[in-house]
Design a binder for this molecule. Structure first.
Ligand code: C5P
Length: 397
């Protein structure tokens, strides 16, 4: 991957983008414009990237670095992309190594603009962005926030983590098993209100569902994550925050019809207080009696509404007879793949980063997995999903 860095104050954030991508196993070749080097030295990128940073058409070891870079890249990311580079790219001007490389490639390009609000909103810049989009260039919109000099407004470079995740999703685009597949994931434990300040909850952190959502996006899926907890690391997808089982049910049902795959990793409450007090319950009024009623079983509702070709993944958190209970749930809820785990074990289940799971499928096959990180388990679950999606495709054709 070529990481193009243009001359804006956000150039320092590109170092973080570079580091994250290298950590994810990407070979990153940085290309800095002359002005980028006024903000960050080429040595910094050379130290973090997979190969030394290039800065010029003329002093690289190879005679025609732009064609070499453009032809060998699987993806070019420009972060930050200044109004100047965007303008030159849109106009087809190639007066330095970065702009020449952009014209010399057929690889996908991700442009991450960063500039002052006035510049970002200028009609010239907006028209150039529209031109690039029309040509198939991916644009990661800048965020609103604090800008150089203390101003506040639209134009701040997207977060480095989001840029890296988007780049990984685009890299998976050609070969990813989930390219174009729409995946709906739920995560976290629901909170069922007793009164305006108290709730009935559970110990789920949401880590497992977040790992599935992140990995699905990295494999090129269009991801919607309905979650009760905020992911600690970025996820390239739509995030729908919810709190209660009812709100999760509503959000899931609104998105389920358009989803090819639904992964219900959330720990949804089975019961909720029947009546929610309008005001905070007072200690002086004595010990309240909280009467519970069942919530809607979202997974069962999804199982009933499942359309042909849709793939449904459920989770079964058990404390005993894990496989038997999970197999019964798989049948009862019309699920295609059940991820069963023993939440009584210390290294598995709630709050920790590892999980020990059994994968049960609708043919009755049970695959017992060793203790592994939730990221690795997410990968194995999505391998199964990808297999199922690939098998479905010939029937559709
Ligand atoms: O039957 P049990 O609640 O143990 O099944 C767990 C699975 O069902 C999980 O995938 C969980 O997300 C889902 N579930 C649900 N709605 C509920 C309870 C559980 O979708 N009200």
């Amino acid at each position: 991957m070529v990481l193009g860095v243009a001359g804006g104050i956000a150039a320092y954030k590109a170092v973080e983008v570079c580091r994250r991508l290298v950590d994810a196993g990407v070979h990153v070749a940085p290309v800095l414009t002359a002005d980028a080097q006024r903000f960050v030295g080429a040595v910094t990128f050379s130290a973090v990237a997979s190969e030394p940073a290039r800065t010029s058409l003329w002093d690289a070891p190879e005679p025609i670095p732009h064609t070499h870079l453009g032809q060998s890249a699987d993806l070019i990311v420009v972060a930050p992309a200044t109004a100047n580079v965007i303008g030159k790219y849109a106009a087809g001007i190639s007066d330095d190594l970065l702009t020449a490389t952009l014209l010399a490639t057929r690889a996908p390009v991700l442009v991450c603009p960063a500039m002052h609000t006035e510049m970002w909103e200028h009609v010239a810049v907006q028209e150039n962005i529209a031109t690039l989009r029309r040509r198939g260039v991916h644009v990661l919109e800048p965020e609103a926030g604090r800008l150089a000099g203390g101003d506040v407004g639209a134009g701040r470079l997207a977060e480095p983590g989001v840029i890296a995740e988007t780049a990984l999703a685009l890299l998976a685009g050609g070969i990813g098993a989930l390219t174009g597949v729409s995946v709906l994931v739920t995560a976290g434990g629901t909170r069922e209100a007793i009164d305006p300040v108290r709730f009935v909850g559970n110990r789920s952190s949401g880590k497992m569902g977040h790992a599935v959502a992140r990995e699905a996006a990295r494999r090129g899926a269009r991801v919607t994550l309905v979650t009760t907890t905020t992911p600690v690391a970025p996820i390239a997808g739509e995030i729908v925050p919810v709190e209660s089982a009812d709100a999760m049910h509503e959000a899931v049902m609104a998105h389920a019809a358009g989803a090819d795959v639904v992964v219900m990793a959330a720990a949804v409450a089975d019961f909720r207080p029947k009546a929610v007090a309008d005001q905070k319950l007072k200690k002086g009024d004595g010990v309240p009696e909280v009467v519970l009623e069942p919530t809607i079983d979202i997974l069962s509702a999804l199982g009933r509404a499942k359309r042909p070709g849709q793939f449904l993944v459920g989770f079964a958190a058990e404390t005993e007879s894990v496989v038997e209970h999970a197999a019964a749930k798989l049948r009862a809820k019309n699920v295609d793949l059940m991820v069963a785990n023993d939440v009584a074990a210390e290294d598995s289940g709630f709050e920790v980063d590892t999980n020990r799971a059994v994968l049960l499928d609708s043919t009755g096959r049970a695959l017992e997995l060793p203790l592994m990180g939730k990221d690795a388990l997410a990968g194995l679950i999505l391998d199964r999903v990808a297999d199922a999606v690939a098998k479905k495709e010939p029937q559709q054709a």
